[in-house]
Design a protein around this ligand. Structure first.
Ligand SMILES: *Cc1c(COP(=O)(O)O)cnc(C)c1O
Length: 391
């Protein structure tokens, strides 16, 4: 086949002109690290989410790290987590000296069900905490999973890196647990480049996070170099260095104003994929939540045995046609460092995850993706469905 004249990239980080201007405004202002823009971003995101507090940090991984530290669990305490997740969501469990206990998933939803959680909770003995991940933007039922784990909501942390703008029964993801952790990494639904945030309704946790993200400095010490700021501070408990900057916060504020139209575009693209791919043999399309709203961070299909090519060969065939895709995720227990930390028995405990990990494929999905690009991806998937098309 002829060389494609234009590629369909897997991701595209759109930074709107207002965000570019906002970043310049901060750069020229004389105050470029965490400060007033950060406070405004936190207020605006809290209002969007309906959360009492938002604490902005340097990354989604840092958000999870801080939220886990805040639980002050004893060393070795078991923490439930899916394995089909990003390594950055499991490393903080190890860093906190805790023990990840893997939860298997439902092959259709790609999320743990209450039964999966109950099985893992029994294996863990008595889990101390749980991380609930809103895979691809599908809103997990936090209350139901917490009950299945026998955990209070105060022991549940949401990995909402994919969950921004998802809704569960009319309520935006971000308030159902002790701490909902968001990411503003370049490919996420609200791209800043780097950045993260914790949403919480717990005043004590919010105080802890505001201090712990900046060395553990006492309240308002970030102001110490601002006009009128005091040089005095205390550190009651040494923290980490994981603050966001005002440059990022200013970008985030402007991007947040675009989130609703971006989400509408993602919904449109998902519906277009659904219609174009319905009935392709061997291809399972993403589930929609029976109540609520998918955030469509990813459009993930499963390439099953009935499809003409194995997933890995399909990735190569699509690449040859100028279409880039990705895989979310390589389960953490298949990564060598985690495999060693988890041990062989734990790694054998999630057979559905192992099977699904061979099949998942994420197609391009971002607001700037053209309808014609969706059609091109769908045509390529149809062409290879019976295994006879040339790559
Ligand atoms: C992106 C991501 C993270 C980590 O976010 P960073 O901001 O990159 O640190 C955590 N969990 C999931 C599921 C993610 O996709």
């Amino acid at each position: 086949m002829t060389a494609p004249d234009h590629r369909v990239p897997f991701a595209n980080a759109e930074v709107v002109p207002e965000a570019q201007e906002a970043a310049l405004r901060v750069l020229r202002s004389g105050w470029i690290t965490m400060g007033p823009e950060t406070q405004a971003f936190e207020r605006e995101l809290a209002s969007y989410l309906g959360a009492r507090h938002v604490i902005a940090v340097s990354s989604g991984t840092a958000a999870l790290d801080l939220a886990l530290r805040a639980l002050r669990l004893p060393p070795g305490a078991p923490v439930l987590t899916p394995s089909l997740t990003f390594c950055g969501a499991v490393a903080p469990i190890l860093h906190a000296g805790l023990r990840p206990v893997l939860v298997d998933i439902d092959p259709e939803m790609l999320l743990p069900t209450a039964d999966c959680v109950a099985v893992a909770a029994r294996r863990a003995g008595r889990p101390a905490a749980m991380i609930v991940q809103h895979m691809a933007g599908y809103p997990a039922d936090v209350a139901e999973l917490a009950e299945a784990a026998g955990l209070a909501r105060s022991a549940v942390i949401e990995d909402a890196a994919h969950g921004l703008a998802a809704e569960d029964r009319g309520v935006r993801v971000g308030t159902a647990s002790h701490a909902a952790c968001f990411s503003f990494y370049a490919t996420k639904n609200l791209p800043i480049g780097e950045g993260g945030a914790v949403a919480t309704c717990d005043d004590g946790l919010a105080d802890y996070l505001r201090s712990a993200r900046l060395h553990g400095l006492s309240k308002d010490a970030w102001r110490r170099y601002l006009p009128g700021g005091s040089w005095r501070y205390d550190v009651a408990e040494p923290g980490i260095k994981a603050n966001i900057t005002d440059i990022q916060a200013a970008i985030g504020r402007a991007q947040l104003n675009r989130l609703s139209p971006w989400q509408a575009r993602r919904e449109h693209l998902a519906a277009r994929y659904d219609a174009a791919l319905a009935g392709v043999p061997g291809l399972a399309l993403p589930r929609r939540p029976p109540y609520g709203r998918h955030a469509w961070h990813l459009y993930q299909v499963r390439v099953g045995r009935g499809y003409g090519l194995h997933r890995d060969l399909l990735i190569e065939a699509l690449r040859a046609r100028g279409i880039d895709t990705s895989v979310h995720f390589i389960p953490v227990h298949q990564l060598s460092g985690f495999r060693a930390a988890l041990g062989p028995e734990e790694c054998r405990s999630v057979p559905v995850t192992d099977q699904v990990a061979e099949e998942v494929l994420s197609l391009p999905m971002y607001p700037a993706l053209a309808d014609s690009d969706v059609d091109r991806v769908a045509d390529a998937l149809l062409a290879h469905a019976d295994g006879t098309a040339a790559a």
